[in-house]
Design a protein around this ligand. Structure first.
Ligand SMILES: Cc1ncc(COP(=O)(O)O)c(C=O)c1O
Length: 361
């Protein structure tokens, strides 16, 4: 007899995890939009120091980290939600807001975790296709809002397509959203976005729209993906209270919190990483376009490249992997015929370009 699982377990799509963890160290891991920069020494030291107190549970209010975020972004601690990665906050938002009869709306393709929400809750998902430039169509998303809508997710810059919309467009959209509908503006890659401007640019929206949650992460530019720390800056405290209610009390380890607090102190390092990434983005985009390939206008630390007009990206993904370069195929991410490639070190980026040149001569 096999175990009898809930219907929702059968509905939940399996997250398309990146391949390559079993490959050797000389492989270019360009599949998960991480930064190639390792954590700074004091950040590692802060985590190590916290480990010494591991016999105790972590502070369940996570005050040092919430206070550090409050100091940086001038958002009251009551309106700062934390999660074991921003994924944790996305899933908790689904738990807290959705149920059968409710609706969740997002553009598609977007972050692969979003489809999990409707499947897990029994709510209806409305996936609104991106426009021809691989950008969100905010008018079309607004047109889908009904009395049943509880949650709208806008990924800006968008994963996997790398495009970003300006804040004027986001503001015009928020004007159309009823006050009882939660909008999550997923800004996992905001630090890399020249279109948005900087990580402060969207924050004034929180004063005007209490239904808004701006989602951020320490997994990308801060280089702490393995420690799992994300946060939500909220227009009101009700979102934080609700997501804390649906989760276990100790979701963030003490080591992760301490590392995040320390990492926030090194904004010059963040700036250095952004400058290096933007330079790589420009160079790799130009190299690909010079070879006649369509590349979306990237505002992130990755590129979205059309590699197969017939929609079959699998041979390219496999061929790259055989040449020691791991990227994500668009088929798994909702955009067949494309690959999503993370910008890595200069050597890794060149490895990708050389391997692709062999496959698409
Ligand atoms: C758009 C977007 N949001 C959220 C996340 C989740 O990041 P984490 O859970 O590591 O904070 C990712 C990760 O790739 C992402 O691409």
């Amino acid at each position: 007899m096999s175990l009898e699982f809930a219907q929702k377990t059968k509905r939940i799509p399996v997250y398309p995890v990146a391949a390559g963890y079993d490959l050797g160290a000389d492989v270019a891991m360009l599949a998960s939009n991480e930064t190639p920069f390792t954590p700074l020494e004091p950040v590692v030291e802060a985590a190590k120091h916290a480990l010494l107190g591991s016999n105790r549970y972590p502070d369940p209010a996570y005050m040092p980290l919430r206070q550090a975020l409050c100091d940086r972004y001038r958002i009251p601690v009551e309106r700062i939600a934390l999660g074991a990665g921003s994924c944790d906050l996305i899933l908790s938002a689904g738990d807290a807001l959705l149920e059968p009869g409710a609706e969740v709306i997002y553009g598609w393709p977007a972050f692969s975790v979003y489809p999990h929400l409707a499947a897990a809750s029994g709510a209806r998902a409305i996936e609104v296709p991106l426009n021809g430039d691989a950008e969100h169509d905010l008018d079309a998303i607004a047109a889908e809002i009904t009395v049943a809508t509880r949650l709208v997710l806008i990924c800006n810059p968008n994963n996997p397509t790398s495009t970003a919309l300006p804040l004027e467009a986001i503001t015009a959209f928020l004007e159309k959203v009823p006050a009882q509908v939660c909008v999550i503006l997923d800004e996992a890659y905001v630090e890399f976005s020249l279109t948005v401007g900087d990580p402060y640019a969207s924050l004034p929206l929180l004063d005007k729209y209490p239904n808004l949650v701006i989602l951020r992460t320490f997994s990308k530019v801060y280089g702490l993906a393995a420690l799992r720390v994300g946060y939500g800056l909220c227009g009101s405290d009700s979102f934080r209270v609700a997501v804390d209610q649906v989760r276990q009390p100790f979701y963030l380890t003490a080591a992760a919190q301490s590392a995040a607090v320390e990492a926030l102190k090194y904004q010059d390092e963040v700036e250095r990483r952004v400058v290096a990434t933007v330079a790589a983005r420009t160079a790799v985009t130009e190299a690909l376009r010079n070879r006649g390939l369509w590349v979306a206008e990237s505002d992130a630390n990755f590129l979205w490249v059309r590699v197969a007009d017939d929609g079959d990206d699998v041979p390219i993904v496999t061929g790259l992997r055989e040449r020691g370069v791991v990227v994500r195929g668009g088929t798994a991410l909702g955009g067949p015929g494309h690959v999503r490639v993370t910008l890595g070190t200069p050597v890794e980026n060149q490895q990708f370009l050389d391997a692709l040149a062999e496959l698409l001569p």
